[in-house]
Design a protein around this ligand. Structure first.
Ligand code: ADP
Length: 234
């Protein structure tokens, strides 16, 4: 398994958010985590990406526990192995697109020239090369989200965590972002955990896991394994 949780619990004070939740993502698998508001989706994403620590249970990445690592080690893992895409507000407003995308590479020690070249390459792959010198405030929401996707993928993450990635977009822009997200993830074998309550977004996934009250209510497993054989999306 690429990443998994085992009997994870997490409470905020007296109110439980995750109640012994176990799930797993394979390498290259795109999983949609769905369920009603308050069922624990965001908490799960934060626990799996190491932003929050579970109260009990385990999070394993490539077989090794990561929930018991120090804050510094977990934050390093997020820089090197994970990518994160949120709904909005994630780009640095003062920096043009190409510098926003280059940022994670620069933070990881890549030289400026190389980082800029890779950032420009990713903007091109996501169809927004012409926006390289523009500031986020000069772009549409869909364009900003494609730049944010480039930034989440530029380091070649093994796992991409996406929290309502199209939540702030109209349906056409949202479908464009999802098409790019799925294609990019497939070309580099990235596992994707897609938190959404939008059925059209969930339809891009290989598998849907439904949560209810902090546990897994259902796992469709429809394409379980099928995508591995064909390598295609539906
Ligand atoms: P979802 O993403 O599915 O809407 P969340 O993970 O945000 O669900 O929330 C799960 C439960 O935990 C909800 O009952 C919510 O009210 C509660 N919760 C989430 N974040 C906090 C917080 N920072 N403080 C207190 N309660 C929280």
């Amino acid at each position: 398994m690429m990443i998994e949780t085992r009997a994870v619990t997490k409470s905020y004070g007296p109110s439980p958010a995750l109640c012994g939740l176990s799930l797993a993502l394979r390498e290259g698998e795109i999983v949609a985590v769905t369920g009603p508001s308050g069922c624990g989706k965001s908490t799960l994403l934060h626990v799996m990406s190491g932003i929050l620590r579970p109260d009990d249970g385990e999070v394993r990445y490539r077989g090794a526990r990561i929930d018991d690592l120090s804050e510094a080690r977990r934050s390093l893992l997020r820089r090197t192995d994970f990518g994160v895409l949120f709904q909005f507000g994630q780009l640095v407003a003062e920096l043009p697109a190409v510098e926003n995308v280059a940022l994670p590479l620069l933070l990881g020690g890549t030289g400026r020239r190389e980082a800029t070249a890779q950032a420009a390459d990713w903007l091109e792959r996501l169809g927004v090369a012409e926006l390289a010198r523009q500031l986020p405030g000069e772009m549409s929401g869909g364009q900003q989200q494609r730049v944010a996707l480039a930034r989440a993928l530029v380091t070649g993450p093994k796992v991409l965590f996406a929290d309502e990635p199209t939540g702030a977009l109209d349906s056409l822009a949202g479908e464009l972002v999802m098409g790019h997200l799925v294609r990019a993830a497939r070309t580099q074998g990235t596992s994707v955990m897609l938190v959404t309550h939008d059925a059209t977004v969930a339809a891009y996934a290989d598998r849907e896991i439904r949560l209810r009250d902090g546990v897994v209510e259902g796992d469709d497993g429809v394409l379980d394994g099928a995508f591995v054989a064909t390598g295609t999306s539906r």
